[in-house]
Design a binder for this molecule. Structure first.
Ligand code: TRP
Length: 335
């Protein structure tokens, strides 16, 4: 078993990253570097479980890589790479496809959500998406995986696959990876409907703040965000049944690195119109350095490509011996 605590996490290269991705995932990924060996993967193999335009996929892969670097992930200390370039992911996924049970996959709620009514025309890749995710994690014997609530079920499947592999072959090879779930403060909701998650797939751009938005646009989106008629409460507990108010206060809290109660105490009795000005200033102050760095990085794609190339080489070096051992355990001949 690996002595170090090793983190693996993945992000899909489909469209622009937004504030929800930043506060909910990437900012935490950057912070974890202090305590863990970190491997961060742009999961292009996962992306093609739904149709993707090849040109857009390439652009998105670079954009996501740029935002990881801009958000403070150090590509020298940590590993940043795109999944397709380390073949161990697909190879281990095949072996895990032969370990995972159909019954387990049938219970995956994300497949049901993504396939919707079109189950018959969904790709087989979409169905085994969570198996590939287990392979991502276990190809490095990662001990911890930071994920959002929505990925918890996939993490449980990863543990089931690891345990089942170990049992089937009578080995103690794969670790039972622990999820690191970040607090509710990091769950960012849609600016127009506080009951839905902020999402890159929502039709209206005014429902989200993209990491590439200019300061004026950020301010405008926050000013237009839906709220209710009441002023800010003095304690966060009074935000139940006020999803939009709760969301804006949660965003302020996350950006300022304080809790919701502290935000309520600071703004008790204020109207949302005024609070939104403060929130816009804070969001711009925190996000514009990241946006500027992203733009700078995207002006020189050769640098981004070099980071991804180097990351893939280092990831490959970690995964190759693990995959070789798996092949031995399974009984594949190395002639
Ligand atoms: N499924 C994850 C998501 O959509 C992305 C992902 C792919 C991932 N492989 C992973 C996350 C491995 C954590 C670990 O958010």
């Amino acid at each position: 078993m690996t002595a170090t605590k090793r983190i693996f996490s993945g992000v899909q290269p489909t469209g622009n990253l937004h504030l929800g991705n930043y506060l909910g995932a990437i900012r935490n990924w950057a912070r974890l570097q202090a305590d863990y060996e970190c491997i961060y993967c742009v999961v292009d193999l996962h992306a093609i479980t739904l149709p993707q335009d090849p040109q857009a996929l390439r652009a998105s892969t670079r954009e996501v890589a740029a935002s990881l670097i801009a958000a403070g992930i150090d590509p020298k200390g940590s590993i940043i790479f795109n999944q397709s370039q380390v073949t161990a992911h697909a190879e281990l996924a095949w072996i895990f496809n032969c370990v995972a049970k159909l019954g387990w996959l049938n219970r995956m709620t994300q497949f049901k959500d993504k396939a919707g009514k079109n189950r018959e025309t969904a790709s087989a890749g979409l169905y085994v998406y969570p198996v590939l995710m287990a392979a991502d994690i276990l190809a490095y014997k990662a001990t911890h995986v930071p994920v959002g609530e929505d990925q918890k079920q996939h993490l449980e499947l990863t543990r089931d696959i690891a345990g089942s592999f170990n049992d089937a072959y009578g080995v103690d090879f794969f670790p039972l990876t622990e999820p690191l779930i970040f607090g509710e403060a990091t769950r960012v909701m849609n600016l127009r409907d506080g009951t839905k998650k902020m999402s890159k797939s929502d039709e209206s751009d005014y429902t989200r703040i993209n990491l590439t938005d200019a300061p004026d646009l950020i301010a405008q989106k926050i000013r237009k965000a839906r709220t209710d008629a009441l002023p800010l409460p003095g304690v966060a507990r009074d935000l139940v049944d006020r999803p939009e108010a709760n969301n804006l206060i949660g965003i302020y809290a996350a950006l300022a690195d304080i809790d919701r109660d502290a935000v309520c105490a600071k703004f008790e009795g204020a109207q949302f119109a005024g609070f939104k000005n403060d929130l816009a200033d804070l969001a711009i102050a925190k996000l514009s350095p990241i946006t500027a760095e992203m733009r700078r990085l995207l002006d020189d794609v050769s640098h981004i490509d070099a980071v991804l190339r180097d990351g893939a080489d280092r990831a490959q070096a970690l995964a190759a011996p693990i995959l070789r051992e798996v092949q031995d355990i399974v009984g594949f001949l190395h002639p």
